[in-house]
Design a protein around this ligand. Sequence first.
Ligand code: PEP
Ligand code: MG
Length: 823
Amino acid sequence: MIEMSKGNIVLGAEPSGKLQAIEQVGEILVREGFIRPAYIDSMKRREEVANTFLGNGISIPHGLPENRDDILKTGVAVLQVPNGVTWNPGEIVHLVVGIAAKSDEHIEILTNLTHVLDDAETVENLTATNDPADIARALSGDAGAKSRPGPVLDVSGFDHSVDVPVINPHGLHARPATFFVDIAKQFESEIYVEYDGRSGNGKSLASLLKLGVSSGKTIRLHGKGADASQALAALKDAVDAGLGEKEEEKSVAQAAHGWVPSEVKRTVPGCTASPGLACGPIRQFTHRRIVVEAVAKDPEFEISELTHAIASAKSNLRLLYNEVRSRSGEPQAAIFRAHEAFLDDPELLAETRDRIKNGNSAGYAWRQAIEDRVRAMEQHDDEVLAARAMDLRDVGRRVLRHLAGVLQDEPFTTDKPVILAAEDLTPSDTALLDPARILGFCTASGGPTSHSAIIARSLGIPAIVAAGPAILRIEDGTMAILDGDSGNLYLEPSQADIAAAEETRQRIEEERNEEYRTRYEPALTLDGERVEVVANIGKANEAAKAVEGGGEGVGLLRTEFLFLDRETPPDEDEQYQSYKAMVEDLNGLPIIIRTLDIGGDKAVSYLDLPAEDNPFLGERGIRLCLNRPELFLVQLRAIYRASKHGPLRIMFPMIATLAELEAAKRLAEKARIEVGADPVPIGIMVEVPSAAVMAVEFAREVDFFSVGTNDLTQYVMAMDRVHPTLAMHADSLHPAVLRLIDQVVRAADGAGIWTGVCGGLAGEPLGAVILAGLGVKELSMVIPSIASVKAKLRSISMEQARELAQQALACSDNNQVRALKLP
Ligand code: PEP
Ligand code: MG
């Protein structure tokens, strides 16, 4: 039993903010011999990944599990803050209960706290008291769980029940209990949790915490209602999976450079897309003006379009809500519920329909109806209403995007360096940007393999993606630190944080400079094996930059750049001139030209591609080229003409069947003969699972393989690479992807051909080493990664890489692979 003594309690504290409050309560724990000072930092870091606000003016800061060695003995300290300290926007704390728990003895204190939590009057008294003994009494001794049992549940009306052990190392403490409650609340049925002869309402955090469930103990879930069996199944799965605690460990493990913020106003978690730190003001990138026709002939059709657009917007919002809630908690996610409610407003819908019946298009009618309301709200001198206007505009745009016929570019200009916040960035958006002025990107949607992430890496600037639409509401000029390693955007950081982040950024830059200095040295491992390190490029002038960046050639030329942002396709001569210039810029180094990979998330207006329900599973890449041989042959002829000027290889994207490969090779041969060129090596992207599985057969037909891990991952995991919430889980280091690559390499070796990798995984240091260890001979990546990957490969032996690769293959998920230590 933990006894609270007066020494553990400090009254009348006035911390300037949450982090200072944590420091002060941490200092009590240090002073009383419970923790080493280093644990205070760990307590601060936990706030980055979890909300320790318990409710009713109480918070329970504690450190991360991996720093438990800094706990000397289990103990609890209390900081009384009579004037309150803001924990999160709208959440004020008066009692900061710092916890140092070596195992789970503190659960008892938590249980006692939840009795207090129920009782606003006691919290008020404890906030005002001048006697620390009042606080000590409330939290220890006979206030224990056993002395105040929860009600015993009468289970007679409950027709469903299931037993499940709680695996969380610290039992059902605040965070997993919150996770549980969030799930329970999604169901209509009544949910009760029975433990040790007592019961608690599964939809009430306080009630669950009161049970004081410790690790390894079994709880019984009871359900009553129409969806009780689904509710219990979902809850059992969630409890079995650790109630969200694994995710926390993962996000902590990602901060590679060691910098952590100490005092920031707000943290927006996202998904890491390009490493590094950036400090500077935010600038919103409103990249597209949504253009809609004013009039439309067929009101019925327009109304059905409107219905579809609203349904799609709602489904986006639901996904966002779930994702943000599991990542950041209910308060942060609630806004998306509110947005969804806007879409059910009967007046708004009736007015839009009336406008449509009067001859307007759905998009125009919707925009007008929204704009009228936004203007009316903005006219009020009331901050809350003004914020609602912003929300309405946001949700209005969300629907409009689904209705939009045309998106029109607006030029983006900035005279000082900024961190860009955008919904997403398409390849053509970047054409409008000046990379020299962009310190970092942060996008609301997208994923680590979306093109916006690839763009960020290719520009060599830190970026995070999938940060949610909250970033679109950050005001221009707000100071921020973007951490591309941990995937967090920190808003309004303290001067000390800016200085520390800047120092870290400079250190990283110095390390990069050193790698850059040695970029022309080959990637020769310590035991003398060579891996070719080449570049992915997608612009005319990048071939020269690839060489300049240390590339030993080009492993992937994405030829789409020639086809985007224009009214007609480039003719043979234009393409030839372009490819020839690149071949010449490479000055004898090889280039792999990938034939057109349009479709999916890369659209081209003049090709009149039909709208696809599932663009990534539709007419894309080689499928499109085979269906339009005239387009394909022009490109193939241009490539073969360029092959006369230097070493060039041809690669087909999205090959799924042997028949496609055969048809593509036949057209290539026709083009070759037409222009009188010599044969060149022909390879395929292995990015569709069928090609990986049939690698033995494909290996007989081609000269090389290049694995496209971006697409291979999305297809293997069935997770859209640009999906706003799934994309971040589509990790190419998942063993499912690695085992397929292993299979591909072995098939290639068996046939005497080589395997390269040109997806994003090749440019990650850990990915590069694992791939080399699997036997991949050529790694193709964005130019800024070349120098560091080469340096990494030079620092290890191939033997070590093979060992690491075998360990990775044996892992059961991507987090385990990411936790492997690079030699
Ligand atoms: C891939 O899919 O891994 C790849 C390199 O191609 P892209 O990203 O252009 O689809
Ligand atoms: Mg691809």
